[in-house]
Design a protein around this ligand. Structure first.
Ligand code: SRM
Ligand code: SF4
Length: 569
């Protein structure tokens, strides 16, 4: 069965009455009391004969700044304003800065006096013509480059307001959208980057990632969450998508014979990953069939929407609702929105997940389809020029099936290359300056935007990670793949706590002067290597970081026992 057929099956099945009483309500619940009812009952908590206005039970006066902005006008409704501003080449002002993010446009002053476009690439899969469209946006209306993000997505920078509508229209023209990629919305839905061709996968999760993406796009009520929200689908194969760092992670698992469910492939559900808060998603006890996942995620989103904190941004993520209620109550509320019973099943009764192969997609690998291969390419810090984007798109069309995969490690994969074309393909790839060889350091180097574009950054993460990578490559003869994540501030967009080595930008005083530096954590990992890095070297000026990490890695090489990994060391 092809991906497309599966996709339509999933779409059809979840439309067949999986929801119970989920009202497709408007964006806000104005005129409700704390218990969600309209009232003028003098004895109600709304007080006297006054009707208290609330947003999902929170009185307007108690809403945090961003909630008030949304209450005044939903971000989806600023198209007219955008047209007007574009005509005047004017940046958004006041609450509109936040509302533009509903359309994927971030005004990033003072880091840059321009806008950044954050796309959505559902399942982290692009077609060649879409990649070319994004390259043209970067070339014609942006700064002449794009970045692969830590959600297997693209960001394009240095867009002036006069082009804001053009870029959004062009996105639609190439079959993409940026809707909801910023602000309090569900972010790019990720999926294992080798889904559909990984010989070790349990099932292709791309149809589910796409179904989830379209479900959100077509349900306006979901553009009113208390905070951002991350969802990922893991295919149970060789390559990690860091699903356990998401608010909801669906993990494909196999259940063998002799259990009280039919043997086969199901999904476990993990909840509340948020690594900046040092928390992985944990299994919540559910076992779902593939065609139940989207409905359950939608119900989970709606419970979060109705009960999440709207007064304090720092406590508004799903984690805090589940901390307050407990998983049991959360799932009970979720169950009320579904027309089928949630299935509870012991995690231990499922077969264990296949171990992750670190950096296992960089290089040439046979696909599960006989005679076809995928080639994983290193893209240093995810930075691509339009020529590189068009070049890879052209190669994907010429040798593959015109498909490109992005990874949460800020690299890319071109699949479906016939074995007999591999030599010609890799030769052209090399001629374009791309590297697809294993390098234990650069393959796993991840960096957030940093001070080049983000106002929160204490350090120039991308530029410094390239310098660090070069230094370590030339000084350490490492034979084990490691991940080094550089993040510019505690927000942890490059997830420094889950790198073997994680760096968090911080200003450091040297001889009375403030210089760029990092807190350094060691020992992080994801999936079967899960670990939150522990701070070992605080406040290191960047100039001292390369020699320090060189010593750390050399000590590991000299002192490890047999083939002990860096994580175990
Ligand atoms: Fe992030 C805010 C960049 C993935 C945690 N993130 C930001 C902002 C929008 C800062 C701002 O408000 O202006 C950054 C935009 C900088 C710029 O102009 O480029 C930004 N985040 C990024 C990206 C581009 C990093 C990268 O270079 O790859 C990633 C975009 C992903 C995407 O395509 O959607 C990115 N951010 C993440 C991740 C990882 C993930 O989502 O898988 C995290 C940690 C996971 C999490 O939050 O659960 C992350 N970003 C944050 C936070 C902290 C949220 C929290 O609740 O703790 C903020 C600040 C906020 O939301 O208030 C933030
Ligand atoms: Fe900006 Fe901080 Fe995120 Fe880096 S981690 S992109 S500096 S918000």
């Amino acid at each position: 069965m092809s991906s497309n057929q599966e996709f339509s099956t999933v779409q059809k099945q979840y439309l067949q009455g999986f929801f119970a009483g989920v009202s497709q309500r408007g964006q806000f619940f104005v005129g409700q009391t704390a218990n969600g009812q309209y009232t003028n009952d003098p004895n109600s908590s709304a007080g006297g004969n006054m009707i208290e206005e609330t947003v999902h039970g929170t009185p307007i006066d108690d809403l945090c700044k961003e909630e008030k902005i949304k209450y005044e006008q939903n971000g989806l409704d600023v198209w007219d304003k955008m047209l007007d501003n574009a005509a005047k080449n004017k940046f958004p002002e006041g609450g509109d800065v936040f509302r533009y993010k509903f359309h994927g446009l971030f005004f990033v002053t003072p880091a840059q006096e321009s806008m950044m476009l954050r796309c959505r690439i559902p399942g982290c899969v692009l077609r060649s013509e879409q990649m070319i469209g994004l390259a043209e946006i970067a070339e014609d209306w942006g700064g002449g480059y794009a970045h692969i993000t830590t959600r297997g997505n693209f960001q394009i920078r240095e867009i002036m307001p006069k082009y804001s509508v053009d870029v959004l229209v062009k996105m639609r023209e190439v079959g993409l959208t940026a809707q909801g990629s910023g602000a309090d919305n569900v972010r790019n839905i990720t999926a294992s980057p080798t889904s559909g061709f990984d010989a070790l996968e349990l099932t292709d999760v791309l149809p589910l990632a796409k179904a989830m993406h379209h479900y959100i796009l077509n349900n306006r009520d979901l553009y009113d969450l208390p905070r951002k929200f991350n969802i990922a689908f893991d295919n149970g194969g060789a390559i990690s998508v860091c699903a356990d760092t998401n608010d909801i992670a669906f993990y494909a698992v196999r259940v063998g014979e002799g259990q009280d469910v039919e043997p086969g492939v199901y999904f476990r559900v993990q909840l509340c990953g948020i690594t900046g808060h040092k928390q992985f998603a944990t299994d919540c006890g559910l076992l779902l069939k593939a065609n139940e996942c989207v409905a359950v995620a939608a119900a989970m989103l709606r419970v979060f929407q109705e009960h999440g904190d709207r007064t304090n941004r720092k406590k508004a993520r799903l984690k805090y609702l589940v901390d307050k209620w407990g998983v049991e109550k959360y799932l009970e509320e979720v169950g009320k929105k579904l027309a089928f019973e949630l299935r509870y099943f012991a995690l231990q009764s499922c077969e264990p997940r296949h171990p992750i192969t670190r950096h296992g997609y960089i290089g040439v690998y046979p696909q599960k389809q006989a005679g076809l291969n995928y080639v994983g390419i290193t893209v240093p810090v995810g930075h691509m020029t339009p020529d590189q984007m068009k070049g890879t798109a052209r190669l994907a069309a010429k040798y593959g099936k015109g498909e490109i995969r992005l990874t949460v490690w800020q690299n890319l994969i071109i699949p479906h290359i016939p074995t007999e074309s591999l030599d010609a393909f890799t030769e052209e790839l090399r001629a374009m300056g791309f590297d697809y060889t294993h390098d234990p350091i650069t393959n796993g180097l991840v960096a957030c935007t940093g001070s080049a574009g983000c106002k929160f950054a204490a350090s120039a993460t991308k530029a410094q990670s390239l310098l660090l990578g070069e230094h370590l490559r030339s000084t350490v003869n490492l034979d084990q793949p490691i991940n080094i994540h550089l993040t510019g501030c505690p927000n942890s967009c490059a997830q420094h706590y889950v790198g073997d080595i994680g760096l968090q930008g911080v200003k450091v005083k040297v001889d009375g002067e403030s210089v760029e530096g990092y807190h350094i954590v060691l020992g992080g990992g994801v999936d079967n290597e899960q670990g939150i890095g522990q701070e070992v070297f605080p406040s290191v000026p960047f100039a001292d970081v390369p020699p320090l990490l060189e010593r750390v890695l050399k000590t590991y090489m000299q002192s490890r026992v047999e083939d002990e990994s860096f994580l175990e060391f």
